[in-house]
Every structure is written in C-alpha cells, then in structure tokens.
Design a protein around this ligand. Structure first.
Ligand code: RFL
Ligand code: PHB
Length: 390
C-alpha cells in the first residue's frame, strides 16, 4: 500500500487533517486503533472556538454544526456566593459554539467516507519505521492480516496514549510537564440544562462546571481526588455534590435526571518540543495536553492540522520546505498561549491545597479582579474565544 501522508489516529486532529489534505489534492490514509462506533461515541470536549468553527465551515463540514450547535456569547463565573457573567462577545466581538466533539468526529468521518477516502478502523500493532529516510513505512495488523503502508510523511495524531511520538529517538524531544493534584469526574445527564451559558464554579469543596449538549442533555463536571474510582461515586452522591457546589446563588436550582455516562479523567499539562522529527509530524494530544478548564484541547488539535495541511500542500504543489520547517515553531506559539491560559483558569478555579488559606485568598482576589476589571475580563475572554489563527 502507498499513500502520500500516512495518518495515525482518527480523532479530531487526524480526521480533520485527512479532510483538509483531500481539499488540497493530497492523498492520505487514516489508521485508527478503535472501531468507528467507539470513536463516534467517545464523550469528550464540547466547546469550539470561533476560529475552529470558521475552519470547519471553510472546509465544508459544518452544516450540522450550524444547525445543532449553540452559539454562546458569555460564560458565568460563580464564586463566594455570587454569579458574574463574562460577556465574551461584547468584549471581543467573537463567540464560542457548544457542539460535542463526537459530533465533530461523526461529521468528519461521514465527509471522508462520502468522498471515497480511506479510514482503517480497528488496526493493531501500529509501528513506524524509516522516519529519517525518504520512504517511511507504517506497519500494522488488522483482521485480514499484516500490512505495510508506505508514505512520504507520517502525521502522528494518535492522542496522549499513541505510539507515534515513541517512534522517534527519545533525545529528539524535550518535554515540559505539570500534573495537578486532582481529576475531573464528568457526567452526561438526561436533564434539561438549568443554564443558558456555561457556569464555572469555584467552591471551597472544589471546582464544578455546568455545561450542556442540547435542550435535553446536560454535561457536568466535578473536581475529585485523582485516586478516586468511579465506583466511589454513585449517581446520588454526584448530584448531591453538584448541588452543594453549584446551588450557591439565591433562587437557582440544578435540574437532575438519569446519568447516561460518567468517567474520571486525570488532569495534566504537557508540551513536547519540537512537534516534528524528520518525516514524522505530531499534532493534537499526541504532542501537547492541557487541563480541560480552558476548553482548548480540541481547538488546538484543529489549529495544528490547519497549519500542517498547508505545509504538506506547499510541499506537493511547489516543493516548498519552508512551511514544513516552520510548522513546529508556528504551532507552538498558539500551544503555549493555550497552555498558560488553561493553567491559569485551572489555578483560579480549583481547590489547590486543602490547608493553604493564602492560595484561597489569591483565588478570590483574581476572581474579583476578573469581575471588576474590563481589561482583565477581556484578557480571559479573548483567550477563551480563541486568538485568531496565524
Ligand atoms: P484524540 O481525540 O485522543 O484522538 C487520537 C486517536 O488516535 C487513536 N489511537 C491510535 N490509532 C492507531 N494506532 C494507535 N497506536 C493509536 N493510539 C491511539 C485513538 O483511539 C484516537 O481515536 O486526539 P486528537 O485528535 O489530538 O484530539 C484531541 C482532543 O480529543 C482533546 O484535546 C479534547 O478532547 C480535550 N478536551 C477539550 N478540548 C476542547 O477543545 N474543548 C473542551 O471543552 C474540552 N473538554 C477535553 C474536554 C478532554 C476531556 N477528557 C476526557 C480528556 C473534557 C474532557 C473531560
Ligand atoms: C464540555 O462541555 O465538555 C466542556 C466545556 C468547557 C470546558 C470543558 C468541557 O472547559
């Protein structure tokens, strides 16, 4: 088998890259470890920056997003018994769209298959070889047997547990990392959202987030200890804790309902530099991770592959190497801005240390400042809606 760009991973990064390459006349094959059904059901992110919506729209894969996604012009910060709205659109002229990541994934898979593009689901034992030569090869196995995919370049879009990054020598990369002493318990509930905009709550028992998916479905998160098991959290305990942390504003109550899905995710910040080794180009969670508090992960994945698609297209159309050479540095500027913003939001909103009243005072002061300074609120808003693409 031969293609131009071999893509490992059918998450938002890999699927969008394949789609953008097709629009630019470049062939690719996507290899995915999981089944189509699994990747389409995986509940994750929900917030698209304005720039991500524009990218999906320009690429012709946003019809359903525009029909079913909800445009939000503000978010609410809840702390110290108060609710404060950050009017993002008033402050920046831009907005976010709430549309589940698995819906983006469904739309991209449908577009690729409709265009006759290839996605191999349920492949195993993916191994990358020859990345430092002109003929990289991806070896893998599926139900039909062993295969070799020869290509000009490999795009490692295989997420935080992928194999691509480990296929280059360890000394090729430097990693920058932070772990946090907490995790998020996320639930998807059949309950009509009691909010019109996302609510980020700082509470003495820990952070809580009220998000939504549709007029019937709420998406909620709780800060929990990283070593807790989902079995420790029966539904009644989850609702009780959400009530405690969110029902802090007079007259406001949560809507409850059957919990459809729940899980615990550890939180970390990670950047691997550079985002390229020889003919291997890394994108999305395969090369950087943010805690979800800033809602940046999927957006960064899409921004990476927008650059990468242009770089590959420049190579095939005009033998240009400058865009390929600039990819890592260009992408890392956005990555580090999002790293800082995600770390900052996380630090402002979570309970960091049980015993540290000083830290708690700093958080309240920071939240107060966001609530009273147009300049500070604008800084939050422009990062949240996303800085313009370069
Ligand atoms: P993905 O989505 O993890 O896709 C990687 C794909 O690669 C496959 N794979 C392999 N395939 C072949 N061979 C192998 N050896 C393979 N190993 C892995 C995997 O099966 C998978 O299909 O990475 P990608 O494309 O880089 O996309 C990144 C995003 O998924 C991620 O950043 C976001 O979900 C993060 N995130 C959020 N991002 C936002 O922009 N806004 C949000 O509101 C937001 N909320 C969140 C989040 C992530 C969360 N969790 C669960 C980590 C909320 C949560 C709770
Ligand atoms: C979500 O809706 O899943 C979501 C929203 C905002 C975040 C993280 C996750 O910061």
């Amino acid at each position: 088998m031969r293609t131009q760009v071999g893509i490992v991973g059918a998450g938002p990064a890999g699927l969008m890259l394949a789609h953008l390459l097709r629009l630019r006349g470049v062939d690719s094959v996507v290899l995915e470890a999981r089944s189509r059904d699994y990747v389409q059901r995986r509940v994750r992110a929900g917030v698209l920056e304005q720039g991500s919506v524009d990218l999906l729209t320009e690429a012709g894969v946003a019809d359903r997003l525009h029909r079913e996604g909800a445009r939000h012009e503000g978010i609410e910060l809840r702390f110290a018994g108060r609710a404060h709205r950050v009017p993002m659109t008033e402050l920046t002229g831009r907005a976010i769209t709430v549309y589940g990541q698995q819906e983006v994934v469904k739309d991209l898979i449908a577009a690729r298959l409709a265009a006759g593009g290839e996605i191999r689901f349920e492949v195993q034992d993916v191994r990358l070889d020859g990345l430092d030569g002109a003929d990289p090869v991806i070896r893998f196995r599926d139900a039909a047997g062993d295969h070799e995919l020869h290509c000009d370049f490999v795009a490692g879009c295989d997420g935080s547990h992928g194999v691509s990054r480990g296929s280059a020598p360890a000394e090729a990369f430097t990693s920058y990392e932070r772990t946090y002493p907490f995790a998020w318990l996320g639930v998807l509930a059949e309950a009509s959202p009691a909010v019109h905009e996302l609510v980020y709550a700082n509470h003495e028992r820990g952070f809580a987030l009220y998000s939504l998916r549709s007029p019937e479905i709420s998406r909620l998160y709780l800060q929990v200890d990283p070593d807790e098991e989902i079995e420790d959290w029966p539904d009644e305990r989850i609702w009780a804790e959400l009530r405690t942390r969110l029902e802090t504003v007079p007259g406001w109550t949560l809507n409850t309902g059957p919990i459809l899905e729940k899980g615990i995710t550890p939180m970390r910040s990670l950047v691997i530099e550079p985002m390229r080794w020889q003919r291997l180009f890394l994108a999305g969670d395969a090369v950087h991770i943010v805690p979800p508090t800033g809602a940046k992960g999927m957006n960064l994945a899409l921004a990476d592959v927008a650059l990468l698609a242009d770089a590959f297209a420049g190579w095939y159309a005009e033998s240009r190497t400058d865009l390929l050479d600039a990819y890592s540095d260009t992408a890392l500027r956005r990555v580090w801005r999002a790293q800082h913003f995600s770390w900052w939001m996380t630090s402002m909103l979570h309970r960091l240390d049980d015993q540290d009243p000083y830290e708690a005072k700093l958080q309240t002061s920071t939240l107060d400042y966001v609530a009273t300074s147009r300049a500070y609120a604008t800084s939050l808003a422009e990062n949240y809606v996303g800085l313009p693409r370069v």
